[in-house]
Design a protein around this ligand. Structure first.
Ligand SMILES: Nc1ncnc2c1ncn2[C@@H]1O[C@H](COP(=O)(O)OP(=O)(O)O)[C@@H](O)[C@H]1O
Ligand SMILES: [Mg+2]
Length: 223
């Protein structure tokens, strides 16, 4: 069974159809890119897979759970426990330290502060920030901020990491470092990663690529 099983999912905002019969299957441990131009529906699809948003119709199973049938409370609990998010603009709290930012998802899960801080140190080490735990985020470079973003996404050992244009705000060399880090940490933890990008070079770091055009999946890139 796939860790992500999406079948004929539809979603509209007001009268605009944004997902128009999307189906895809992703197996555990895969690193998959979701490629498509701006407005094609990538973020919307990540949001429904990550239980941040609902769908209008279709079937949606993630980590063996039927998200479409889930109540809002159960959906939030599922998201906190099973999913890690990495964002283009990092979405970190700038005046908190690296350690505090990485600890946040653990604290939301009810982990004691001392244990959350210990675990944050461990995962910050993995992304090469072990010596910057006490630094406030606003003193870091963009590449370092995204390392923190990745550490925060991995802190609670999620089954699935959803990365939305994680290198979109980084220069090409820093982006490459981050992509290599996503790939190596995901492999080490056997974490599945679905990454939205409009950059073919970023997609080349993945095991395979799913192409999205106007709210639909295309198996081949559109010419
Ligand atoms: N909350 C929203 N309300 C209305 N329209 C939205 C909303 N979110 C996205 N859209 C529209 O859905 C389409 C797909 O957007 P999005 O999923 O963000 O695409 P991508 O991430 O590929 O750029 C766009 O036309 C966008 O304007
Ligand atoms: Mg987007």
């Amino acid at each position: 069974m796939g860790i992500i099983e999406v079948s004929d999912v539809h979603k509209s905002y007001n009268t605009t159809a944004v997902l128009r019969g999307v189906s895809l299957n992703i197996a555990e441990g895969e690193f998959v890119s979701l490629m498509g131009s701006s407005g094609s529906g990538k973020t919307t699809l990540l949001n429904v897979i990550g239980a941040l948003d609902g769908v209008d119709r279709g079937a949606l199973h993630v980590c063996g759970e039927d998200l479409h049938q889930m109540e809002d409370g159960a959906r939030s609990a599922f998201r906190l426990r099973r999913i890690g998010f990495v964002f283009q603009f990092f979405n970190l709290l700038p005046h908190l330290t690296v350690r505090e930012n990485v600890s946040l998802p653990l604290l939301f899960l009810g982990v004691r502060e001392s244990e959350a801080h210990r675990r944050a140190g461990e995962v910050a080490d993995e992304v090469g920030l072990g010596d910057k735990l006490q630094r406030p985020i606003h003193q870091l470079s963009g590449g370092e901020m995204q390392r923190v973003g990745l550490a925060r996404a991995l802190a609670h050992n999620p089954a699935l990491v959803l990365a939305d244009e994680p290198t979109g705000n980084l220069d090409s060399r820093t982006g490459t470092t981050i992509l290599e880090l996503i790939r190596s940490t995901a492999r080490q933890h056997r974490t599945t990663v679905l990454m939205a990008t409009h950059d073919a070079k970023a997609a080349s770091f993945c095991d395979r690529t799913i192409h999205m055009v106007d709210g639909e999946i295309r198996s081949e890139p559109a010419h």
